[in-house]
Unconditional design. Structure first.
Length: 250
């Protein structure tokens, strides 16, 4: 029988080595989970024409930035503006006639009946004015949010028709992450779940968290859409970038 401190030390070292091997093997059995991911703009829109007419000017080009409310497209609106002026004059005339008739009717016992026609003319003039104002309001298109122009589908001096797409714009500062995760992950995914986002285009990894889960599982691919956000400042990120989301083993 071997006695002394050295065998005990050797046994302890062997036990520590075996423990490390077991822990390493367990970790190897549960690698970090990965899912394809891409960046999307929270606010994006295709600006379309609401009227038929010639475009006078387009104040933005692909890559140009703009603020919310900036006028991006202006139409030639000489005719609608003339119609607006005519409608304003017609309402003024109708209102004046009604006022004269109202004063005259006040002197008669059945005078109220004589006000029906001029009152109706006032209502018609107001409706015509509202229609003319609506048409003129469509003579320019303002930015619905601050962002950048990503596509221009028409040029100045070309003729646009109602519903025709003019510009694609988006807010490139408000981004969300879309993951395509296996449906078996649903037991571990919930709002607030942390993940790491590795982006191919930048070669960097960013911290993120789950915000919401998709409403259904795709039966064919057995996957679910998961939406998250980057929780660190990353001005270099852009919509359309892709990579993978990495979750730690459970």
């Amino acid at each position: 029988m071997i006695e002394g401190p050295y065998p005990t030390r050797m046994l302890r070292a062997a036990f520590a080595l075996a423990t490390a091997i077991c822990v390493g093997a367990a970790a190897a059995e549960k690698p970090a989970a990965e899912a394809p991911a891409k960046l999307l703009a929270l606010h994006a829109a295709t600006l379309s024409s609401e009227m038929a007419g010639r475009i006078d000017a387009i104040a933005t080009r692909v890559g140009d930035r703009f603020r919310k409310g900036d006028v991006l497209v202006t139409f030639d609106c000489a005719l609608p503006k003339a119609q607006l002026t005519h409608a304003q004059a017609a309402l003024t005339e109708a209102a004046r006639t009604y006022e004269i008739d109202r004063r005259a009717a006040a002197q008669k016992t059945n005078g109220q009946l004589e006000l029906d026609i001029p009152a109706t003319e006032v209502l018609k003039a107001k409706a015509d004015l509202a229609a003319a104002e609506t048409l003129v309001s469509r003579c320019s298109i303002a930015a619905p949010f601050a962002g950048v122009t990503v596509d221009q589908k028409i040029r100045a001096f070309e003729y646009a028709t109602p519903g025709q797409a003019l510009l694609d714009v988006l807010d490139d500062h408000a981004l969300e992450v879309e993951l395509t995760a296996p449906s078996r992950w649903l037991s571990r995914l919930r709002p607030g779940t942390a993940f790491q986002l590795a982006i191919d285009e930048t070669g960097k990894t960013y911290p993120g968290k789950v915000v919401r889960l998709g409403g259904r599982v795709d039966g064919a691919s057995q996957s679910v859409r998961v939406f998250g956000e980057v929780t660190a400042e990353a001005p270099e990120l852009m919509p359309g970038m892709s990579g993978k989301a990495i979750l730690s083993p459970p």
